[in-house]
Design a binder for this molecule. Sequence first.
Ligand code: ATP
Length: 302
Amino acid sequence: MTAIEVRGLTKRYGPDTVVDDLSFTVEPGQVTGFLGPNGAGKSTTLKMITGLAVPTRGSVTIGGRRYRDLEVPLTEVGALLDAGAVHGARKARDHLLALAASNRLPLSRVGDVLARTGLESAAGRRAGGFSLGMRQRLGIAAALLGDPRVLIFDEPVNGLDPEGIRWIRDFMRSLARDGRAVLVSSHLMSEMAQTADRLVVIGRGKLLADTATAELAGQTGTVLVRAADPDGFARHLLAAGATVRDGAGRALVVSGLTSDEIGKLAAYHGVALGELTPQRVSLEDAFLALTEDSIEYQGVAA
Ligand SMILES: Nc1ncnc2c1ncn2[C@@H]1O[C@H](COP(=O)(O)OP(=O)(O)OP(=O)(O)O)[C@@H](O)[C@H]1O
């Protein structure tokens, strides 16, 4: 069953529409990256999914039901929205035991989640003395207590060192391999490129893209072509519907056709090609191109 369904979700604060008619689906067995520049409305959306904010319009369901209709929410959806939310004086194990008891979950789950997050040896220490990376692990352990099929993380790698970032990435992938649905927000494409199977990109509260990660990089790609008679081949390309620009050294920069289609066109016309290279647009570039109109404060190049 579909894990999270967001339909027409809208949130207004006074005159500002911060989430604007957003619809997307988060499937099980995948990491879905939720991307957008600062202030795009990611946290507000995640709060509406987890019942912490009330939509002005639209709906969100988890496994077909609204959050407020879930009997024991922790067993359906786990969320890490703010790693600082742990009581600093409490020992890590006690924090989890209290959470398990107040949600009527088996206390044996505490040992399971401590092991899964690599916190066993730190379980007797006070969370106040934890590094950011360990606090993130504790937050993730809490999110996993009810063994939910759906997990939501808001900017989980913010401020972490490279080792912490790698641990979180691997952990998200392992949760998806379990068959869980994992929704992770970030304002950096570079973080999501290696982790997410799908990307939902928003800007100023609106949906900009909902696509497989691999497709986004391919979408805006061009192909570099070298032919002995570039002008002659350019005419064939234009006739086939391509857009052609001049590149360096008499190369042709072609868009609108794949390298495979260009190769076949050359063979059909008996044209020998010296080069046929797909130009991969980086995901970072694709993300910037998508969001450039929705960045609140843009720097001005000198
Ligand atoms: N409780 C609130 N009252 C009024 N405005 C709010 C409230 N919460 C968020 N906003 C506004 O809504 C907009 C979206 O904020 P949100 O935190 O959802 O964005 P975000 O994409 O998570 O950004 P960031 O990456 O900076 O965390 C911002 O302009 C913010 O100022």
